[in-house]
Ligand binder design. Structure first.
Ligand code: SF4
Length: 123
């Protein structure tokens, strides 16, 4: 498999192959790139970022992210779940929006503080 390392702006082109001695990474210029290639091949994960609806028209969306990388195969399920949610204001940056989201073990936290509802309903 071929990947572009995204750990730093160099963007090294990695080739990753399974061998009898284990997964071999080529093309990296540093140990971080080797680890990235191995992880990407064995268990690719992503931090999920999204915006959930609020019940207030003044701030219709609240930005959120996962507190740890989620297995790539589970990202769609997490996003579908988050896009169905509606939260009430206020929300505080760092506060929990959803725990163990979709059984991934990752919690979803708000990344911005939004003030109490101004009384306007959702659009
Ligand atoms: S392998 Fe190392 S130098 Fe190359 S992009 Fe990845 S982190 Fe940067």
């Amino acid at each position: 498999m071929e990947y572009v390392c995204i750990v730093c702006p160099n963007g090294c082109r990695l080739t990753v192959e399974p061998t009898q001695e284990g997964v071999v990474v080529k093309g990296h210029k540093c140990p971080k790139g080797e680890a990235y290639g191995r992880d990407e091949f064995i268990d690719p994960r992503r931090v999920v970022t999204a915006a959930v609806r609020t019940s207030d028209a003044s701030y219709p969306f609240a930005p959120v992210k996962s507190d740890r990388p989620v297995a790539k195969k589970d990202v769609d399920a997490v996003l579908r779940h988050l896009y169905r949610l509606t939260v009430d204001l206020p929300v505080r940056r760092g506060a929990m929006c959803c725990t163990d989201c979709c059984g991934t073990g990752a919690s979803i936290v708000f990344t911005r503080t939004l003030p109490p509802s101004s009384g306007g309903g959702a659009p």
